[in-house]
Design a protein around this ligand. Structure first.
Ligand SMILES: NC(=O)c1ccc[n+]([C@@H]2O[C@H](COP(=O)([O-])OP(=O)(O)OC[C@H]3O[C@@H](n4cnc5c(N)ncnc54)[C@H](O)[C@@H]3O)[C@@H](O)[C@H]2O)c1
Length: 250
């Protein structure tokens, strides 16, 4: 099934992890993919897609800079003649410490990448969607948008903000044929969380609490993003979609 044949999708943070898996999944369903990232490993994502016969390109993009996101949208439209959907996925996990030890630089990084990066991306994407009559956006939040874990205060607050921003945008643009949703993944093994996966102490504690008893693979997150961007997701708007193996149900 090629739900995205002839369509173009913009993805931030697709050098590795969830973004790369989702870029591959979109391309396998026919989408041309424009990737924005600060990490040159995005070239490897492009090579994987092209190696499978798909279309993809990478433009160096720092989501902390609104002008970079404007340029990324323009690059997608220049190259593929369109932009139908966007996955705002770039994020960072600042060093984990209690609130009284968080530095201003660590707080600023979380605000700039995890919140303002999504805000700037949505602004650029929405301006384009308003011109062409609509489109879909998915933002990457986290179970940290729903619950709090110790020593992740800034990340948790910014992911709550992404969920709120998603609702705000859905409300503002629903009548203009723009749908905006978020995903809330639980523990997914990626470069961001490899240190958790490598720690027996952490995994034993986490898996004991989590009814699935394991972490997710990035490929288990991608299908929900595609569904939310597809016609099958046509009545899903403003939602933060939990993909956590039951972690927050327990
Ligand atoms: N791995 C998990 O357990 C988990 C759980 C919930 C949510 N998330 C979220 O999923 C998203 C993807 O993370 P991941 O786990 O795949 O980790 P990852 O480190 O593999 O991916 C993060 C991506 O964002 C990019 N990025 C970071 N700063 C950027 C910037 N300033 N400009 C542009 N790109 C930038 C990185 O280069 C990378 O490609 C993040 O938003 C993260 O917060 C991850």
């Amino acid at each position: 099934m090629e739900r995205f044949a002839g369509k173009a999708v913009l993805i931030t943070g697709a050098a590795t992890g969830i973004g790369r898996a989702t870029a591959l999944a979109f391309a396998r369903e026919g989408a041309s993919v424009m990737i924005g990232d600060v990490d040159a490993r995005a070239d490897e994502t492009v090579a994987l897609i092209v190696g499978e016969g798909g279309n993809a390109a990478f433009r160096h993009t720092d989501v902390r800079k609104a002008a970079d996101l404007d340029a990324l949208v323009a690059a997608c439209v220049d190259r593929y003649g369109r932009m139908d959907a966007a996955f705002n996925n770039a994020g960072v996990l600042p060093p984990q410490r209690p609130i009284h030890e968080v530095t201003e630089a660590e707080l600023d990084l979380a605000i700039d990448v995890d919140f303002k990066g999504v805000f700037f991306a949505m602004q650029a994407e929405i301006r384009h969607f308003l011109k062409v009559g609509g489109g879909t956006i998915v933002n990457t939040a986290s179970v940290g948008a729903l619950i709090a874990d110790p020593n992740m205060s800034a990340y948790c607050a910014m992911k709550h903000a992404v969920s709120g921003l998603t609702k705000a945008a859905a409300v503002e643009y629903a009548q203009l044929n723009i749908r905006v949703n978020a995903i809330a993944p639980g523990f997914v093994v990626t470069p961001m969380t490899q240190h958790w996966a490598d720690s027996n102490e952490f995994t034993q504690m986490f898996y004991a609490q989590n009814i699935s008893g394991r972490a997710a693979r990035p490929e288990e997150i991608a299908p929900t993003v595609l569904h939310l961007c597809s016609d099958g997701g046509s009545f899903i708007n403003g939602a933060t979609f939990t993909i956590d193996g039951g972690q927050t149900a327990h």
